[in-house]
Design a protein around this ligand. Structure first.
Ligand SMILES: *Cc1c(COP(=O)(O)O)cnc(C)c1O
Length: 223
């Protein structure tokens, strides 16, 4: 086994053990975050069985998606900040967008989504630690944006995403679990909760994460 296959296998083993320990009955999705890593490493992970990948930069996503177009069932999750002039690349290549934080971006993704690809699954990003430098909406804006996104026919509102400030993971995850419950009262299908990275995913699971995003744990440190 190559190193990526080993790291993946270890990550899934840890994830399964943690899920069993918590008595979770629903599967948790592991998104392999491949930003800054070459397509060859994504391919190695794909050949080891991984199907969900995360990318932060639209052009990098488009380049890798084009290069790996022959990989059946490979799904790209766009998880980074998104500017208006880059929405088309994401609409054309991603299956999921985790970082929806304003109507304008959602509207453009909706308009640019090729009908042949079906609806784009989206999560609203919550700036849960209220950091000035981070994307995402305030918690109190969640339902208003959800209503707008829910009206866009080529988007499918699936849930929430957050990136807690360093050292604040636990309180952030707890707050996100409550917000997710609130969202689901209005949108019963918006059950996904994307939170937890290489350092803090076990804690995220205890607060109801349904998707964890692992970069370093799979592909090693980034430059
Ligand atoms: C880079 C990134 C990750 C992965 O981070 P690791 O600490 O390497 O696991 C997850 N989520 C987002 C939004 C990221 O930008």
């Amino acid at each position: 086994m190559n190193n990526i296959a080993e790291q993946l296998s270890l990550a899934y083993q840890n994830l399964n053990e943690k899920c069993q320990g918590l008595g979770l009955t629903q599967p948790v999705a592991l998104i392999a975050v491949s930003k800054t890593k070459p397509a060859a490493q994504v391919l190695a992970a794909y050949q080891a069985g991984q199907r969900q990948f995360g990318e932060n930069y639209p052009q990098e996503l488009a380049d890798k998606a084009t290069e790996l177009a022959d990989c059946r069932d490979l799904h790209w999750h766009f998880i980074g900040p998104l500017q208006s002039n880059k929405t088309k690349l994401v609409a054309q290549h991603a299956s999921w967008v985790h970082s929806i934080d304003r109507l304008k971006i959602a509207q453009r993704l909706n308009d640019q989504r090729p009908a042949s690809l079906g609806r784009l699954k989206v999560l609203l990003q919550i700036n849960i630690s209220a950091e000035l430098t981070k994307g995402g909406i305030a918690a109190k804006e969640m339902l208003a944006l959800a209503a707008q996104v829910n009206n866009l026919p080529m988007l499918q509102l699936k849930g929430l995403m957050a990136i807690p400030a360093p050292g604040e993971s636990e309180q952030a995850f707890a707050a996100m679990q409550q917000l997710s419950a609130q969202l689901q009262q209005h949108y019963p299908d918006a059950t996904e909760l994307s939170m937890g990275m290489s350092d803090d995913w076990p804690l995220a699971l205890t607060y109801g994460a349904t998707m964890i995003r692992l970069g370093t744990a799979i592909f090693g440190a980034r430059q």
